[in-house]
Design a protein around this ligand. Structure first.
Ligand code: PMP
Length: 554
């Protein structure tokens, strides 16, 4: 078999929609798109087979139950578990990790230890913290260098009290993929339970839990082309057998008496309540879909794109790469040298390029590495070379605009009262024929807005702006004056546009303005992302409220 990204992409109807014709989707670590077979299977389930499982014995219930057990077997094959009893359906990796933290830790003694790493997703940190607090356990971290866990030094934090080691199979924020065979070596012959958070890993390579040698493995279908709301936990039968159940309710019992109950056999002991049945059907379709692909060729394609992106970004003086190309699942994390990561994300969004900016649910890694906010581009097999080229071109354009905007001297901080908006000419902004020119002009306008640490307090924070922004107002002799601050250049630029229209005006003059119309006529509503537009309107509403309420009148 071989692999063609273009042909693979054709199986995903989202990309065939007119509104998505230019979409470059590089947010796959958050969730992947779904192939038609998954969508149709879920629809067909409701049309042809919908009934609750296991409890009733009529035709539809039998059909639905059969489907669930068939999907369980597909999941078993997907990770090469020894038995279907070892596959527990749950909502996803988060729920599976909560189940493990709850059930494993309730059997531990105070002072027992759990080891995790700085590269874990919050889903593999917080449940252990909660359980540690409840049972007086000690949480340890794999030694790290500038935040990056050194898995080869895992042995340094293991001791006779270590009971659980729960580590990522691949980090969602920097793509780092530990060498699982090395971890297996280090844990060999120690009676320690090993959990692998495979939420990212399962999308990128074939999983064999017996070969990995872990005791537990968790994953979420939506990360590998399946539906959201379903995932599963693999656990070694002997361990699942000895664990207490987690949630109580229907399905997980054999017999209920007045004071106590007898629990169902595996795997049902851990599946209380009605399962998300259509999602299970969709998971089955996703597993079938993956089994029809050449997974090795798919992974090679993803790795080639990952290398291309790392090569280009590492050669650019305008970006600082956070992720490394080696042992990487397909995640490129970086920060722009000039301007904020959020501004860059919006710039990309305005070109219909989807990436993510933030801490990526890995605040400990962000804090320990000093990179609290990064831009993350994550690849899937339907990403093409042209996606990568469009992304890199957009980054180049962004840098060009940033450079021309920062070449002038930075504006010195002054007090908020007297930012001078009089030089900002609307005609000049409107005269730029293309959007790029207008955007550059807006960035230049942002320089009129001086830094004002004194107004940065919760009272002045404007709600509804994605990037933080603070706005203050004073009315002097019937005229309104405003002070604005933000870390985002785009927000400052948009704020400067707003204040160029209203600063120094009377209430009547302000009320006579039609700012939404102006915003539209300048093409801002067309080219800016929804959240940026919302930011402008949030600033406008706050300013109008200040004018109307007559706050701070002198
Ligand atoms: N672990 C990792 C590494 C992840 O990337 C994610 C999802 N981003 C999770 C756990 C949690 O997965 P879910 O939200 O599907 O439960």
């Amino acid at each position: 078999m071989s692999f063609s990204a273009e042909q693979f992409k054709q199986q995903f109807p989202l990309f065939a929609q007119e509104e998505n014709a230019g979409l470059v989707y590089l947010d796959n670590a958050a969730t992947t798109q779904k192939p038609l077979s998954v969508i149709n299977t879920m629809r067909d389930y409701y049309i042809h087979s919908s009934a609750n499982t296991h409890r009733s014995s009529h035709r539809l219930a039998r059909k639905s139950t059969e489907m669930v057990e068939q999907v369980r077997d597909k999941a078993r094959q997907f990770v090469n578990a020894a038995s279907g009893k070892e596959i527990i359906f749950c909502r996803g990796a988060t729920e599976a990790l909560n189940l493990l933290a709850h059930c494993l830790c309730s059997e531990l003694e105070p002072g027992d230890e759990i080891v995790i790493s700085t590269a874990e997703h919050h889903a593999n940190i917080v449940p252990w913290q909660m359980a540690a607090k409840r049972h007086n356990l000690i949480l340890r971290y794999v030694p790290h260098t500038a935040g990056v866990p050194q898995f080869d030094r895992l042995g340094e934090v293991l001791n006779e009290r270590t009971r659980v080691v729960s580590l990522t199979g691949g980090s969602n924020s920097i793509g780092l993929r530990p060498d699982l065979s090395l971890i297996r070596q280090l844990l060999r012959r120690m009676h320690i339970m090993w959990v692998v958070d495979g939420a990212q890993l399962a999308a990128h390579e074939e999983i064999d839990v017996q070969k990995i040698g872990c005791d537990f493995f968790v994953c979420s279908a939506h990360k590998f082309y399946g539906p959201s709301g379903i995932g599963f936990l693999y656990g070694r039968e002997i361990l699942l057998e000895s664990m207490p159940p987690w949630l109580g309710g229907g399905e997980m019992i054999a017999e209920v008496e007045f004071q106590q109950s007898r629990y169902a056999e595996l795997p049902h002991k851990f599946e209380a309540g009605t399962s998300p049945l259509a999602a299970i059907a969709g998971l089955g379709a996703a597993l079938d879909f993956l089994s029809r692909q050449d997974r090795v060729a798919m992974a090679e394609h993803e790795q080639r794109l990952t290398r291309m992106l790392h090569r280009e970004l590492s050669a650019s003086p305008n970006f600082r790469l956070i992720s490394q190309v080696h042992h990487n699942l397909g995640i490129i994390a970086f920060v722009p040298v000039h301007g904020s990561a959020t501004d860059l994300m919006h710039w990309l969004d305005e070109r219909d390029i989807a990436v993510r900016v933030g801490h990526h649910c890995a605040q400990i890694l962000g804090r320990t590495s000093g990179n609290q906010v990064t831009v993350r581009a994550s690849v899937a097999a339907y990403n093409t070379d042209s996606d990568v080229r469009d992304f890199l071109q957009a980054l180049d354009d962004y840098c060009e605009v940033q450079q021309s905007a920062i070449s002038d001297e930075e504006v010195e901080p002054t007090s908020w009262t007297r930012d001078d908006f009089s030089l900002l000419q609307l005609e000049r902004l409107a005269s730029h024929r293309n959007w790029q020119g207008r955007y550059r002009e807006l960035l230049l306008w942002s320089k009129v807005v001086s830094r004002k640490p004194e107004i940065r307090n919760p009272e002045n924070l404007v709600r509804g702006c994605e990037s933080e922004a603070w706005l203050v107002h004073r009315e002097i002799d019937g005229r309104h004056f405003f002070g604005l601050d933000s870390d985002s250049r785009v927000v400052k630029g948009l704020g400067a546009l707003l204040l160029s229209q209203i600063d120094g005006c009377t209430t009547e003059e302000i009320e006579a303005l039609d700012l939404p119309l102006l915003f539209k006529e300048l093409g801002l509503s067309k080219h800016l992302s929804q959240s940026r537009s919302n930011g402008f309107y949030a600033l406008m509403r706050r300013a109008f409220h200040q004018v109307e309420s007559g706050e701070n009148r002198l």
